[in-house]
Design a protein around this ligand. Structure first.
Ligand code: BTN
Length: 267
């Protein structure tokens, strides 16, 4: 059975201390934020079969119809490296999914659109939204929310999109069952978390990113910037070179990135 609600057996052997699973909820991130404020332990997990008010980045809605997707939020009590490099916490969710998908199916092209969207064959299948609980200027908890479009029903309406979307069922010969996918994602995430402060984390994140050394367009607020992206800084900022040859560091945050329309013509 593909249901995610039998979580206890699904997380058997993983260091998940507590979980909440819902048939239907507004947003798993919202629930996890309340739970974290009430003292939930590191690695407490919230998931839902359906979200009615799922949240995406840039204030967008995230569409999660019943039994079609993964909608999961993990509470992380910050470790020193995560406080130092919070952008890596966001990357963690995407990196873990990237690893699972490209290990499972060599026929699909999996990549991460900086900073943290997972694309399969050039379209978005998953997104990550990290929300933080602060106490003065110190994070008390991160809520790492991940949404994966698994079955065709999960395809969002065009009005919710700022980038072409797809589902695993559209792209893979055999779409994975959701419990197996969730388990594999959690295992990969737990493993990568142990290496979050190490160079290998940054190197792997960078190697998974799409359009490296190609022309990209970046929108920050009102401004659209064109340039070639060169690499990642330790804190997750993107290093790009503008047409006039200057190096520019793109802040991690409310930035929209896409390939330049002519990116495939050059190199
Ligand atoms: C994005 O815009 O790309 C990020 C989408 C994140 C969606 C997930 S689904 C589970 C969790 N709960 C939410 O309300 N949002 C995140």
């Amino acid at each position: 059975m593909d249901s995610l609600l039998n979580l206890q057996s699904l997380i058997e052997g993983l260091p998940i201390p507590a979980w909440r699973a819902f048939e239907r909820i507004g947003s798993t991130n919202e629930e996890a934020l309340h739970w974290a404020e009430a003292g939930a332990a590191d690695l407490s997990l919230v998931l839902a079969e359906e979200q009615t008010a799922g949240r995406g980045r840039h204030g967008r809605r995230w569409h999660t119809p019943p039994a079609s997707a993964l909608a999961v939020s993990l509470i992380l009590r910050p470790r020193p490296a995560e406080i130092r490099w919070p952008a890596r916490v966001t990357a963690l969710g995407a990196l873990a999914l990237w690893q699972v998908l490209h290990t499972w199916d060599a026929k699909i092209q999996v990549g991460i659109k900086w900073p943290n969207d997972v694309l399969v064959n050039g379209k978005k299948v998953a997104g990550v939204l990290v929300e933080t609980i602060w106490e003065s200027d110190r994070p008390q908890a991160f809520v790492l929310g991940m949404g994966v479009n698994v079955f065709k029903a999960a395809l969002p309406p065009l009005s919710d999109l700022d980038f072409p979307a797809t589902t695993l069922e559209h792209e893979m010969e055999q779409p994975p069952d959701r419990p197996r996918l969730l388990r594999a994602w959690l295992e990969a995430l737990l493993e990568w978390r142990e290496h979050l402060g190490e160079p290998v984390f940054l190197q792997t994140w960078e190697s998974a990113l799409l359009w490296r050394e190609h022309l990209i367009e970046v929108q920050t607020g009102e401004h659209v910037l064109t340039g070639r992206w060169l690499g990642l800084e330790e804190d997750g900022r993107l290093r790009m070179q503008t047409p006039s040859g200057e190096t520019y560091l793109l802040p991690f945050g409310e930035v929209r990135l896409r390939p330049h329309p002519f990116h495939h013509l050059e190199r």
